[in-house]
Write a protein that binds this ligand. Structure first.
Ligand SMILES: [Zn+2]
Length: 238
């Protein structure tokens, strides 16, 4: 079972090799949400595992179709990852029941609504207390807040409350600092970042001011370019 792919062909080739080296057969790829950096690798992964099914919820598939459309791929993804993205983009089949059976255990797709985009989910494995959070929780990486507003950021907080209510022992973020521990602490850290961003946004006038003040609070998080995008989005028109 693979939850979300990497983005570049090279990364996904390494990922497929890593899975093969485990001795496991990959039967299912599940996408937590529709962002391209979580599913553009399916074709590359399937070269090693041609029988792996690729599934997501119907709402995730709708986001996925927009992300894989020619205008979005060329204007957004190819600019950031030139000649690094698979030319064949695969859209998931619908996961109708919301539950995937794996080696006698149940993996449960939990709808979370808006987090870093619309209609996101996490995958919950009750038997081992695991939540694979996709981009609902970030682990020491700046959050993508460029698609949300103050109202939908409340939905994101509520999604984190939902994850917490599952009482997970481990939470795997879609974006994390290499080597960071997959602890449930990242639930509160993500909530705090959102609240800090909203408060700082309310107390600043320009994107640059917001960006700098967030960097004072979070000087070491990975990927400040994403913070700049978030700041520009919330301050657009100012
Ligand atoms: Zn995302």
């Amino acid at each position: 079972m693979l939850v979300d792919t990497a983005i570049t062909v090279e990364q996904n080739q390494k990922l497929a090799e890593w899975i093969a080296a485990s001795g496991k057969n990959l039967t299912t790829i599940y996408a937590t949400h529709g962002h391209g950096d979580h599913f553009f690798g399916v074709n590359t992964i399937r070269k090693g595992f041609p029988n792996a099914q690729f599934v997501a919820t119907r709402e995730v598939i709708a986001v996925m179709q927009k992300q894989a459309s020619a205008p979005v791929v060329s204007a957004y993804w190819k600019v950031r990852f030139p000649r690094q993205i698979d030319s064949t983009l695969v859209i998931a089949d619908e996961l109708k029941e919301g539950v995937i059976e794996l080696e006698g255990e149940q993996l449960v797709s939990v709808p979370l609504g808006h987090t870093d985009t619309d209609s996101t989910t996490c995958l919950h494995v009750p038997s081992i207390g695991l939540v694979v959070a996709g981009d609902s929780a970030y682990n020491d990486v700046h959050l993508h807040l460029g698609e949300s507003n103050a109202e939908t950021r409340k939905d994101w907080i509520a999604a984190l409350d939902t994850i917490e209510s599952l009482k997970p022992a481990g939470v795997v973020a879609g974006h994390k600092r290499p080597g960071a521990a997959d602890t449930p602490n990242i639930i509160e850290e993500t909530r705090k970042y959102i609240r800090d961003f909203d408060r700082t946004a309310a107390n600043t006038h320009t994107a640059l001011e917001l960006y700098h003040q967030m960097l004072v609070l979070y000087p070491d998080r990975v990927n400040p370019a994403v913070l700049w995008n978030s700041a520009r989005a919330v301050k657009s028109g100012s």
